[in-house]
Write a protein that binds this ligand. Structure first.
Ligand code: PMP
Length: 374
C-alpha cells in the first residue's frame, strides 16, 4: 500500500481533479488540428471555442479578449514585452514579469508586503510609464494588493495595468476595465488544470504586439497550433467550485498550531489581507531547506520560497523586498492549501514541525540561529 502523502504546495501546482483529467484525456484522444477545415479539425475547433467561452464568461469578457498561451510565464512575457515600452513593476513580481524587464524601476512594498501607494504615485510622475505591473496576490506570502486604488492611480496617469492573477484567480475577484486591470494573466495548473497552459486576458480594445509569429491563431496575437486538450482542462478547472471558507479554517488551524509549537515563529505578511490558502511561516534558526527536507522525509510536501526551476534554493527576493534579512528569509517555508486539502494534511505538518522546533533547541549544525536584523 502506498504511504499517505500530505500535500501543502498548491501554489507550486495544484493536483488535478479526476473529472478534469478525464476531460483532458477525452480531448487528447479525439485529437484534431483546430485550423484544419475538415470535420475532424472543426471538432477540435469547437472544443477550443467552448473553452474560450467558458474562460471569457468567468471573467465577464468576450471570447476574443482571451489569448491562450503555454502558461503564465509566456502570458506575462507577452503582456510585458507587447504591452508598452516604458514599464514600472512592483518589487515582488514573479520572475516571469521581473525578468521581462530587468532595468525598469521597482515599486517598493512595505513590511506587510503591500505595494506603497505613495511610492507608486511618485514613480508614475517621475517615470511616466506606459505599463505598470502589480500582481493580485503574492505566490509566496498570499498578500493581496489594493488593486482598486492601484488602478485608479495608474489610469489617472494614462498608463495601463497588468495584473498577474495566477494565485488569486478563482479565490477572489480580479476586475478588468477602468476600475481594474487592463490585462490579466492566468495559469491553469494553479487552479487544478493541466500544466503548460494559461491565458492573457485583454481589456476591451487593448492593443498587444505579438511576439510569437508564424500563424494566425489567437487573433494573430499568438501563433502556433492550440493546445486543445490543455485549454479544455483549463476551462474545466475554472468551473470547479471550492469552499474557500473551509480552506481558510484549515490555514488558521495550521498557523495556530505552528505558533503553539514555536511562539517566536512569524507569519510573514500576517498584518495584510491574504489569500485563504497561503501561509509563509518563518522559524528563526530553522533553515528552510533543512525544514523542507525533513518534512519531505515525513511525506509532507511544502514549498521553499519561489518554486525553484534550477533545484537550488535561493533566498526569496519577495521577503527581502519586505525588509527581511537574507538570513531570516532563508528560514521561511511556504505552506499552501487548496481544493483537496484536509485536516490530516495540516496535522501531519504540525506533528513534524513540532519535532523540528524541539530539535532547534538542541542546536544542530544545519539549524543555526541567525542574527535577527529586522
Ligand atoms: N506568476 C505567478 C504569481 C506564479 O506563481 C507562477 C507560477 N509559479 C507564474 C506566474 C508562472 O506560471 P506558469 O507555471 O504557468 O508559467
Amino acid at each position: 500500500m502506498a504511504l499517505a502523502e500530505y500535500y501543502l504546495d498548491y501554489n507550486a501546482t495544484a493536483p488535478m481533479r479526476p473529472e478534469t483529467v478525464a476531460a483532458v484525456a477525452e480531448a487528447l484522444a479525439a485529437g484534431g488540428n483546430p485550423s484544419s477545415m475538415h470535420q475532424h479539425g472543426q471538432r477540435a475547433r469547437a472544443r477550443v471555442d467552448a473553452a474560450r467561452r467558458r474562460v471569457a464568461d468567468m471573467f465577464d469578457v468576450l471570447p476574443h479578449q482571451i489569448v491562450f498561451t503555454s502558461g503564465a510565464t509566456e502570458a506575462n512575457n507577452l503582456a510585458m514585452l507587447g504591452g508598452g515600452a516604458r514599464r514600472l513593476i512592483s518589487a515582488i513580481e514573479h520572475p516571469s514579469v521581473a525578468a521581462s524587464d530587468e532595468t525598469c524601476p521597482r515599486i517598493p512594498v512595505d513590511a506587510t508586503g503591500t505595494v506603497r501607494l505613495d511610492a507608486l504615485e511618485t514613480l508614475l510622475i517621475e517615470h511616466r510609464p506606459d505599463l505598470v505591473a502589480v500582481m493580485a496576490a503574492n505566490n509566496e506570502t498570499g498578500v493581496i494588493q489594493p488593486l482598486g486604488e492601484i488602478a485608479r492611480l495608474v489610469h489617472a496617469r494614462g498608463a495601463r495595468l497588468l495584473v498577474d492573477a495566477v494565485q488569486a484567480a478563482g479565490k477572489m475577484s480580479v476586475p478588468l476595465g477602468s476600475a481594474g486591470a487592463d490585462m490579466i494573466t492566468l495559469s491553469a495548473h494553479k487552479l487544478g488544470g493541466p500544466q503548460g497552459v494559461g491565458a492573457l486576458i485583454l481589456g476591451e480594445d487593448q492593443p498587444l504586439a505579438p511576439r510569437q509569429r508564424g500563424g494566425g491563431q489567437e487573433g494573430r496575437r499568438r501563433a502556433g497550433t492550440e493546445n486543445v486538450a490543455g485549454v479544455v482542462g483549463f476551462a474545466h478547472s475554472l468551473g470547479c467550485a471550492v469552499d474557500w471558507g473551509e480552506v481558510a479554517a484549515l490555514r488558521d488551524r495550521l498557523e495556530a498550531g505552528a505558533r503553539a509549537s514555536c511562539p517566536d515563529a512569524l507569519i510573514v505578511g500576517e498584518a495584510a489581507p491574504r489569500l485563504p490558502t497561503t501561509s509563509c511561516l518563518l522559524t528563526p534558526g530553522l533553515g528552510n531547506e533543512a525544514q523542507m527536507m525533513a518534512l519531505d522525509l515525513a511525506n509532507v510536501r511544502v514549498g521553499v520560497g519561489a518554486a525553484c526551476s534550477s533545484g537550488r534554493v535561493e533566498s526569496s527576493a519577495v521577503l527581502r523586498a519586505m525588509g527581511l534579512s537574507d538570513e531570516l528569509a532563508r528560514c521561511a517555508i511556504r505552506l499552501s492549501l487548496g481544493w483537496a486539502s484536509v485536516a490530516a494534511d495540516v496535522e501531519a505538518f504540525l506533528a513534524t514541525y513540532a519535532r523540528l522546533v524541539a530539535r532547534r533547541g538542541a542546536g544542530s549544525a544545519l539549524l543555526n540561529r541567525p542574527t535577527l536584523t529586522t
